[in-house]
Design a protein around this ligand. Structure first.
Ligand SMILES: [Mn+2]
Length: 204
């Protein structure tokens, strides 16, 4: 069965549908965002996080740019995972994983605390500007993850070390690290079965 949820969100800017199973297999997702690069990123996030996701951007205002669509996919994905986790009974709550791509290393530390917060720490002295020839950027990544963390109700800290000149490499390493860390945090610890992992007794 697994922990699943379906979210549909319609605004004047986008219309997005998502169904997620956080206890999935990772290789059964169908991602149609209308942004090929983001399809690739969300697919590998699901693959490494072992989530099964049906994500469809029914309509969006990408004629302007990808700003709203990128943000709203983060919102819908965050809401879907939050709903799928329900009361969050028994989950590990914390996750910490890293993923390297060539010299670039992304690390994600996550706490499904109920408090939405995202911080991206880019290490190194290289000033990263949005790629002139690429449709995606670290700024879009930050915006996506911020929307995701806020709507999931998770505190997420991502560190990118030895940042690459290639946006694809940087962003892919982050999506992998976030998928791996989220998988860890959402797993049920059998020692904690039925117990909400907070001394407060609830996680909003
Ligand atoms: Mn790739």
């Amino acid at each position: 069965m697994g922990r699943t949820a379906t979210i549909e969100r319609k605004s004047k800017e986008t219309h997005i549908k998502a169904t997620v199973n956080v206890d999935g297999r990772g290789d059964r997702s169908r991602i149609r965002t209308g942004i090929a690069f983001l399809d690739h990123m969300v697919e590998l996030f699901c693959f490494h996080g072992l989530f099964d996701l049906e994500l469809e951007v029914v309509s969006s205002d990408t004629a302007i740019d990808i700003h709203h669509t990128n943000e709203d996919i983060g919102i819908v994905l965050g809401k879907a995972v939050k709903q799928a986790l329900g009361e969050k009974a028994g989950i590990r709550r914390f996750g910490s994983k890293g993923a390297p791509m060539e010299a670039t290393v992304a690390r994600c530390i996550i706490d499904i605390s109920g408090r939405g917060y995202f911080h991206l720490n880019v290490e190194g002295d290289k000033l990263v500007q949005p790629g002139e020839k690429q449709e995606y950027s670290l700024s879009y990544l930050e915006h996506f993850m911020e929307s995701f963390a806020h709507n999931l109700g998770a505190t997420m800290s991502v560190t990118l070390q030895n940042v690459s000149d290639d946006v694809h490499t940087n962003v892919e390493a982050v999506f992998k690290a976030v998928g791996l860390a989220l998988d860890e945090a959402t797993q049920v610890d059998p020692r904690r079965e039925g117990i909400v992992p907070s001394t407060k007794g609830i996680i909003d």
